[in-house]
Write a protein that binds this ligand. Structure first.
Ligand SMILES: *[C@@H]1O[C@H](CO)[C@@H](O)[C@H](O)[C@H]1NC(C)=O
Ligand SMILES: *[C@@H]1O[C@H](CO)[C@@H](O)[C@H](O)[C@H]1NC(C)=O
Ligand SMILES: *[C@@H]1O[C@H](CO)[C@@H](O)[C@H](O)[C@H]1NC(C)=O
Ligand SMILES: *[C@@H]1O[C@H](CO)[C@@H](O)[C@H](O)[C@H]1NC(C)=O
Ligand SMILES: *[C@@H]1O[C@H](CO)[C@@H](O)[C@H](O)[C@H]1NC(C)=O
Ligand SMILES: *[C@@H]1O[C@H](CO)[C@@H](O)[C@H](O)[C@H]1NC(C)=O
Ligand SMILES: *[C@@H]1O[C@H](CO)[C@@H](O)[C@H](O)[C@H]1NC(C)=O
Length: 490
C-alpha cells in the first residue's frame, strides 16, 4: 500500500460508525478519564522512550555477491549497521470509537556501518579487498499504529490493531572505496537497508507495545488499606474511547482482607462526561460515595471502630472527682475513682457526598466504666460531621469538622443524669481529644489508583454529588519508575 493511503486508512478508523455504548451491567465506583492533553503527554513519553530504545540498535549484517565488470566476482559485506541518531518531525495522537491512532512522521534516522569487499578474478593470482565505513541517512520515515484496550478479567490489555511503517529516501555516503563500489552499494543495498530498518524498528515497536501491555496487566487488582481492608482496583468493562478522551472504570469497592464475597447493594448512576470545571487537566479520577460507604462497613464489621479511652490529655477527666458537679451521684457513690470510657461506633457510619463536601453521620455509644464498679452508664450520641478531602502526594487525605451532635441516655445504673451538662462536657472532650485523633488518622489518607513513576501535579478536588472528582496533571519520573520495576517499557 502506498504510504499515504495507509495513514489515511488508519484515520478512517476514527470516524464514528454508530453511537453504540456497550455496558455489561458491571458498575465501577471509581472512574477515570484521560483527556487529549493527557494523551498528548503519554504520546510524547512513548515516542521519547521508543527513540531512545532505537538509538544504538544494531541491524543484522547484509552481504551480497555481485559480478563487477573488469574486477570480477565480488563479495560485499555491510556490517555493524548501527542507529546513531533518530528524530521525528511531527507526531499526532487521536482517539476514536475504534481505537487510538498514533502517527509519527517526518522521521529521520542516521546509521553508521562498516563495509568491506573482496573480489577474485581469473586474471589475477591474488584477490583484492578493501574496507571502510559508511554513513546512511534515512529520511521521510513514517510510523502509524492503532491501539485499543480490552478488559481481560479485570486487567487491561493493550492491543495493536493496525500497524504501518514507511521508509522514505536513503542517502548513503561511503568513506573510502572506489566509485564503482559506491554505485554497487547504492544499487544492491538500498532496498535491503530500508527493509532491514523497517523490520528492526517494527520488531522493536511491537515488542514495546507488548511490554507495555504486560505492564498494564501486571498492575495489582487490589490495594491493601492497612491490616483490615483492601480496595478492589480491578477494571470493569472495556474503556470507552470518545473523540476527546479515554474513559475507564474501576470496581473501587472496599472489602475485608480475607473476604471473597463481592459487596452487594451498591448502585450508581453513570457520571457526567469529562469536565474539570473549566480546567484543562490531563486526567480526572472520580470516587463515588459508595467507595467510602463500603470502607465504612468493612472497618465497622472488623471491629475497628471501637476505642477504650483510659488516657486523655487532661487525665483528671477520667476520675469521678472531675464529674462531681455534672453527675453528683457518680461522685457520691464512687468518690475519687478512675474511669475508663468504652467508645464504640454502633452502626456503620453513613457517608454522603454533597456538592460542597463529604457529610457523615456517626452513631456512637460511650460506656462509662468505673474502677472496681464496672459499667455504670451508657450515653449514645449522634454526630454529624463533614469532611473535606484533598490530595497530598498520591493519597486522598481528609479533615473532619463537627457540625452537630446530640446525646441521650441509653441506660444507667446510677439514676437519671443531667444530660444538658453532660452534652456540654462531652462536646469539649470531642473537640479536644476525639476529633484531633480522627483527623490524625484521616491525614494518613487513602492511596489513589496509581501508576508506577507517575506523580500528581496541580491536583484539584471537586464535589459533584455523589462523586468526588480530582482533576490533575501528571508527571513521569523515569528514575522512580526504574527503581520500582525490573522491566523496561520499550
Ligand atoms: C560499530 O559501530 C560503532 C558505532 O559507529 C563503533 O563505535 C564500533 O567501533 C563499531 N564496531 C566495529 C567492530 O567496527
Ligand atoms: C517538518 O515539518 C515541516 C512542517 O510541518 C515541513 O515544512 C518540513 O519540511 C518537515 N521536515 C522534514 C525533514 O520532514
Ligand atoms: C566501523 O565504522 C566505525 C564508524 O563508522 C569506525 O569507528 C570503525 O573503526 C569501523 N570498523 C572497521 C573494522 O572498519
Ligand atoms: C466529538 O464528538 C461530539 C459528539 O459525539 C461532537 O459534538 C464534537 O464536535 C466532536 N469533537 C471533535 C473535536 O471532533
Ligand atoms: C487473613 O488470613 C490470614 C491467613 O490466611 C491471617 O493470618 C490473617 O490474620 C487474616 N486477616 C484478617 C483480617 O482476618
Ligand atoms: C473486584 O472487582 C471485580 C470487578 O468488578 C470483581 O469481578 C471481583 O469479584 C472483585 N473482587 C472482590 C474480592 O470483590
Ligand atoms: C465496649 O463496648 C462494646 C459495645 O457495647 C462492647 O461490645 C465491648 O465488649 C466493650 N469493650 C470492653 C473492653 O468493655
Amino acid at each position: 500500500m502506498a504510504p499515504n493511503m495507509f495513514f489515511v486508512s488508519l484515520l478512517l478508523l476514527l470516524i464514528p460508525a454508530s453511537v453504540s455504548f456497550q455496558l455489561n451491567g458491571e458498575e465501577g465506583f471509581i472512574s477515570g478519564a484521560i483527556s487529549e492533553k493527557g494523551l498528548d503527554y503519554a504520546k510524547d513519553l512513548l515516542i521519547h522512550e521508543a527513540m531512545s530504545t532505537i538509538l544504538s540498535l544494531q541491524l543484522p549484517q547484509i552481504e551480497k555477491t555481485a559480478r563487477v565488470r573488469l574486477v570480477g566476482k565480488c563479495k560485499i559485506v555491510l556490517s555493524n549497521i548501527t542507529f546513531v541518531g533518530v528524530n521525528i518531525n511531527s507526531s499526532y495522537v487521536k482517539t476514536g470509537e475504534k481505537g487510538i491512532v498514533l502517527i509519527a512522521s517526518g522521521g529521520t534516522a542516521y546509521l553508521s556501518m562498516n563495509w568491506s569487499y573482496s573480489c577474485s578474478t581469473w586474471l589475477l593470482p591474488v584477490s583484492i579487498s578493501d574496507q571502510g565505513d559508511a554513513f546512511v541517512k534515512v529520511k521521510g520515515t513514517q510510523v502509524g499504529l492503532t491501539l485499543n484496550f480490552e478488559n481481560q478479567e479485570g486487567s487491561l490489555k493493550l492491543i495493536l490493531l493496525d500497524y504501518g511503517f514507511y521508509v522514505g529516501n536513503l542517502f548513503i555516503k561511503l568513506n573510502g572505496g572506489a566509485s564503482w563500489l559506491y554505485q554497487r552499494v547504492v544499487d544492491l543495498f538500498e532496498g535491503r537497508i530500508a527493509s532491514a530498518v523497517e523490520d528492526t524498528v517494527s520488531g522493536k515497536i511491537r515488542e514495546g507495545i507488548s511490554k507495555l501491555s504486560s505492564l498494564l496487566q501486571s498492575l495489582p487488582k487490589e490495594i491493601s488499606l492497612g491490616k483490615t481492608a483492601v480496595l478492589n482496583v480491578s477494571f470493569v468493562n472495556n474503556p470507552v474511547l470518545t473523540n476527546s478522551s479515554i474513559e475507564f472504570e474501576i470496581n473501587g469497592l472496599v472489602t475485608g482482607k480475607n473476604e471473597t464475597l463481592v459487596p452487594q447493594g451498591y448502585h450508581r448512576e453513570p457520571e457526567a462526561s469529562f469536565s474539570c470545571g473549566g480546567l484543562s487537566n490531563m486526567i480526572k479520577i472520580s470516587l463515588h460515595e459508595d467507595v467510602l460507604n463500603s470502607a465504612s462497613l468493612v472497618y465497622f464489621n472488623a471491629g475497628s471502630m471501637q476505642w477504650i479511652v483510659d488516657k486523655l490529655p487532661d487525665q483528671a477527666l477520667l476520675n469521678t472527682a472531675a464529674w462531681r458537679f455534672i453527675v453528683p451521684q457518680l461522685y457520691r457513690r464512687f468518690p475519687n475513682k478512675d474511669m475508663e470510657l468504652n467508645i464504640s461506633v454502633s452502626s456503620p457510619p453513613i457517608v454522603q457526598v454533597t456538592n460542597q463536601n463529604i457529610d457523615a453521620t456517626i452513631h456512637i455509644d460511650i460506656i462509662v466504666d468505673v474502677e472496681d464498679a464496672g459499667e455504670v452508664a451508657c450515653i449514645s450520641m449522634e454526630i454529624s460531621a463533614s469532611c473535606s478531602a484533598e490530595i497530598l502526594q498520591n493519597n486522598v487525605a481528609g479533615n473532619l469538622r463537627l457540625n452537630d451532635f446530640s446525646t441521650y441516655l441509653k441506660w444507667t445504673k446510677i439514676g437519671p443524669l443531667h444530660m444538658h451538662l453532660i452534652q456540654l462536657t462531652i462536646s469539649a472532650i470531642l473537640r479536644t481529644t476525639v476529633l484531633p485523633f480522627v483527623n490524625f488518622l484521616l491525614r494518613q489518607g487513602i492511596p489513589l489508583p496509581y501508576f508506577y513513576g507517575f506523580a500528581v501535579q496541580n491536583a484539584h478536588t471537586m464535589y459533584n454529588a455523589p462523586w468526588i472528582t480530582v482533576c490533575s496533571d501528571i508527571s513521569f519520573s523515569r528514575n522512580y519508575y526504574l527503581s520500582q520495576l525490573p522491566i523496561f517499557v520499550l
